[in-house]
Design a protein around this ligand. Sequence first.
Ligand SMILES: Cc1cc2nc3c(=O)[nH]c(=O)nc-3n(C[C@H](O)[C@H](O)[C@H](O)COP(=O)(O)OP(=O)(O)OC[C@H]3O[C@@H](n4cnc5c(N)ncnc54)[C@H](O)[C@@H]3O)c2cc1C
Length: 265
Amino acid sequence: MEMPIPSQGVIARKARVVERLRQVLPDDAVISDERETRAYECDALTAYKCAPMVAVLPYTTQQVSDVLRICHEEGVPVVPRGSGTSLAGGALPTADCVILGVARMNDVIETDYANRIIKVQTGRTNLSVTGAVEEDGFFYAPDPSSQLACAIAGNIAMNSGGAHCLKYGVTTNNLMGVTMVLMDGEVIEVGGGYLDAGGLDLLGLICGSEGQLGVVTEATLRILHKPEGARPVLIGFDDNEVAGECVSDIIKAGVLPVAIEFMDR
Ligand SMILES: Cc1cc2nc3c(=O)[nH]c(=O)nc-3n(C[C@H](O)[C@H](O)[C@H](O)COP(=O)(O)OP(=O)(O)OC[C@H]3O[C@@H](n4cnc5c(N)ncnc54)[C@H](O)[C@@H]3O)c2cc1C
């Protein structure tokens, strides 16, 4: 894998960049010590490692906007990061970059059962979105196997899915709206809390864009009633072909399981 060559000019300006970041963020939100930035040296693709120049952990959209504005003015590359469970190196830093982690932005902003939506800060983990609504009989369908750790931020950037997605679709089918900060610090709203929001449908472009268009800070997600009477069934097969045909037959028969997963050896 070829990564961009880090700019020595940017690295030479580290002290000034850190000072400017400290002016807009609380003390505990700027990590510039070389030993501590190592915690952000890779995602789940651990074959490639490089500590970032600085890591920041903002709490609000305004702080994200301030960070991006400063980095834009200073010519510093920014790598957004959720929980760092990407298997594709999406959150891999370069030595001249600022890692912008949203892990501390994990609040539920609004729950609206009448319209079956939840609005969260995107650092919230996937499983804890369901955790916020399950007592009331609801769940959030896209369920990557990493759901205990991965954040809605990364789910949106990677358009993630899991066993529920045959029936309910992947992230893009369950995302209603986002607040996103562009790389110059401008804050934009796309979509909203209801189906077919006005304006151009840009959500499909943002979902799956791997952090290249901006930093998503808030998301409005569709939540669903938990299916009644769902029961797990485990079926063993002698070979993959037969297992695949069985899945086709189930769907052809008009039965759409709430979740379905194939496990090989
Ligand atoms: C054990 C394991 C099992 C997994 N199972 C599945 C699975 O079943 N299905 C599946 O789809 N994936 C799976 N994954 C991959 C990974 O968990 C998902 O891609 C997940 O959505 C990544 O979320 P994250 O918060 O960890 O993102 P990160 O790894 O932090 O980042 C992923 C990408 O999103 C970008 N990004 C992060 N935050 C933002 C933001 N706020 N705004 C814009 N861009 C941002 C990053 O720059 C990067 O490009 C698995 C990974 C592991 C380790």
